[in-house]
Design a protein around this ligand. Structure first.
Ligand SMILES: *Cc1c(COP(=O)(O)O)cnc(C)c1O
Length: 403
């Protein structure tokens, strides 16, 4: 039996559709971000425009110092699961920091944001009596997989539509344990959920609320607690989930909530119990990053400035981009082959790295380039990017925005 034929057939289909994923072989250089070395074709310096290290914290001196000194003190790995190795001093400190960030009683760490969503939702949905998870239609894959694994009843409500959520909650039996799962910043369109309205609907129906603030923590709110912090809503949310891998610049995921909720997930979630804990140095670095961003608004302010600047320059040149209230700037191409081609030309001719976003990450026909300006992009970087896009827009005969 030639199994490779089976694999190849599906890969060929992907390639024909223009959806085959190719990863750039980039090497980050500490202190030079967003400049990185591209090893894909020879060696060349390029500027990254699509990083989720949104604030450049991955090279912040305090974060690096915390990681390096902890490796020297504690060695590399945690030595096993929290259960077995018990090596959790740095993890406990980080959890206290996270609980404080979101004004919750407790927090629990996972090896990634993906795992935290997967483990928490699957545990809630499978263990709570008559659980029904009501999931926003555009929720991230990690939430969808967690809900699938819960094998409880699932209801999908219209994206960011509290009225639809209200109708769907009203249709459920009185004895259901209702869990409403949604995100704050949706990372592909950059739109933000009407959190207050959603929480009002949850309260009306006695539903618990589960929010993914992965694309908001570190960046929104006076201490980087996310959109819910900015809007004064953290105390009304049952469970806040986040990542340490994006704006905090390290790796790992977490949930925060009441003592009982966090103890429940800690005690029953397979995805927490049976996997090696994060290295202590990673936990220490994340703690340093969170502490810094609780006090410093400089990175957030600079990010806002550069986001506004890129938007204004795109407008001035008639390059169409989606309007949204976040830090994410999607430039619609609406064709997977063109999208990849634009990304290739930007890399090869201009030294600009922006990954094409194609199906299944976004629906077919909404392929896009997604720009995430940050505090380390200079005004000259923005000017150069806009110049490159302007040149390509002329060449590629993609309709300009109609004024
Ligand atoms: C990236 C992402 C996650 C997963 O977080 P990781 O720490 O990268 O595993 C979860 N939710 C959303 C919305 C994401 O974009």
């Amino acid at each position: 039996m030639n199994f490779d034929k089976l694999f190849q057939a599906q890969l060929d289909t992907l390639k024909q559709e223009g959806n085959y994923r190719i990863f750039a072989e980039l090497e980050r250089k500490c202190g030079e971000f967003p400049r990185v070395t591209n090893h894909s074709k020879g060696q060349r310096e390029v500027t990254v425009w699509c990083s989720n290290d949104y604030l450049g914290m991955g090279q912040h001196p305090k974060v690096i110092e915390a990681m390096v000194s902890t490796v020297q003190d504690c060695g590399t790995g945690a030595g096993g699961t929290r259960n077995i190795s018990g090596n959790a001093w740095h993890h406990k400190q980080l959890e206290a920091e996270l609980a404080d960030l979101h004004h919750k009683e407790a927090a629990l760490l996972f090896t990634s944001g993906y795992v935290s969503n997967w483990a928490a939702l699957s545990t809630l949905g499978s263990r709570l009596p008559n659980a029904v998870i009501l999931s926003d239609a555009l929720n991230h894959a990690s939430m969808i997989e967690g809900i699938r694994h819960a094998r409880c009843q699932k209801v999908i409500w219209k994206h960011n539509d509290p009225e639809d959520l209200d109708r769907k909650l009203a249709a459920l039996p009185a004895n259901a344990t209702k869990i409403v799962a949604f995100e704050s910043v949706y990372s592909m369109d950059g739109d933000i959920a009407p959190i207050k309205e959603i929480l009002d609907v949850c309260d009306k129906h006695g539903a618990m609320s589960y929010i993914d603030e992965v694309h908001a923590v570190g960046m929104y709110g006076p201490r980087g607690g996310g959109v819910a912090e900015r809007e004064g809503l953290m105390d009304r949310i049952t469970l806040i989930e986040g990542t340490l891998g994006k704006a905090f610049g390290v790796v790992g995921g977490y949930i925060t909530g009441s003592h009982a909720l966090v103890d429940f997930i800690r005690s029953f979630a397979s995805g927490f119990i049976f996997t090696t804990a994060l290295p202590p140095a990673v936990a220490a670095a994340a703690t340093a990053s969170i502490r810094h961003l609780k006090e410093s608004s400089y990175e957030r302010d600079m990010q806002k400035r550069q986001v506004a600047r890129l938007r204004a320059r795109l407008d001035a040149e008639g390059i169409p981009h989606e309007r949204n209230p976040s830090h994410i700037i999607p430039v619609m191409v609406k064709d997977p082959v063109k999208c990849r081609m634009l990304s290739d030309i930007l890399m090869e001719q201009f030294g600009i790295y922006v990954q094409p976003i194609n199906y299944p990450t976004v629906p077919k026909g909404t392929e896009r380039l997604r720009f995430t300006p940050g505090p380390l992009h200079t005004d000259e970087d923005i000017e150069y990017l806009v110049l490159a896009l302007k040149t390509l827009w002329k060449q590629c005969a993609i309709a300009h925005a109609v004024a």
